[in-house]
Design a protein around this ligand. Sequence first.
Ligand SMILES: *Cc1c(COP(=O)(O)O)cnc(C)c1O
Length: 377
Amino acid sequence: MECEYNLTRDAEREYLNLNPLQRGGILPEKTREALYDFGDGYSVCDYCAGRLDHISKPPINSFLDDLAEFIESDVVRTVHGAREGKYAVINKVCEPGDTVVIDSNAHYTTYLACERSGVNIIEVPSTDDSENKITMEQYRKTLEEAIDEVGEIKLALLTHVDGDYGNLTDAKEFGKICKNLGVASVLNCAYSMGRLPIKANEWDLDFVVGSGHKSMAASGPIGILGMKEEWEDSMLKKSPKFPKKEIEMLGCTSRGAPIVTLMASLPYVKERVANWDKEVKESRRFVKELESIDGITQIGINPTNHDLVRFDTPRLYEIGQKHSRKGFYLYEELKNRKITGIKRGQTEWFKCSTYGMTTDQRNYVIDSFKEIVEKLS
Ligand SMILES: *Cc1c(COP(=O)(O)O)cnc(C)c1O
């Protein structure tokens, strides 16, 4: 049977992909094999006795224990994404009309999860300089003021690493602040869990959420929801009518290829998390090299603590003003060099990541930018 859709993609085979969204979700070889075997719908359900998290073939039960240990959390469930994790927490902890405190670098899905749960939002502002940093002094201040103003705040959310600047926040201090003020805490680790170590209990966090397709080398869609033991009974309350099924999880969450690829990649992910320091060092080197081009500067915390980096690039914009292809030249010049992942037509700024690339690959990207600017200036 012929397929009428052209379903081919060579971005990871033929190109160096700089799109930060995609770098942490690339599957290692072994995981691709598991994807092939478990691509069929409900493929993990051959030996299910009614509870997804109890299935022992494939060993989802022991995998969840390993995952809990990996993020140092008491209890773990998979959900369909970081957003579904956040939504489940907000929906469970809060009532409609409650107010939640979040950082102003939060992902749009944090806002939508709040809107869907019918809760109001108070934002912790970031510094109004080029760093756009969320400081814990400011977080504490805003949270205290929110409690004074509203009376009770049940839940506070912090973005561990945001998707605009790649700013890493102080999770441990956040946990402490929330604990002291009697507010439940949720840390959004979409850009951190699977890249850098997460220590949910050491940081005293009530909830952590992660994203398998963002940062854990899984096909997804799949998210991770970790929680403290004390939340287990309410968060994972079972249905009176179907006593094996957890209500907030709607019975079964991620099944088939999304969870099997997450499982297959866990040993690989553990290994790369142990090498995070090296990634940060390489990311800083990459920034330094790009900043050596006049008219390119990194914004966000500098030196960076993450692989996602954002640049202001007036130099690239100026080149486009005079170029026959206008702003499209950059995308096209990069594509000719087998580099992809920077938005088409965009030259005033961009964000990118070289996460997981070899030194040679990173050097090639650096040299390509230098060459393009030199050639067209
Ligand atoms: C990508 C991203 C999300 C969304 O993750 P999903 O797993 O696709 O829901 C949420 N928060 C942040 C900070 C992100 O970068």
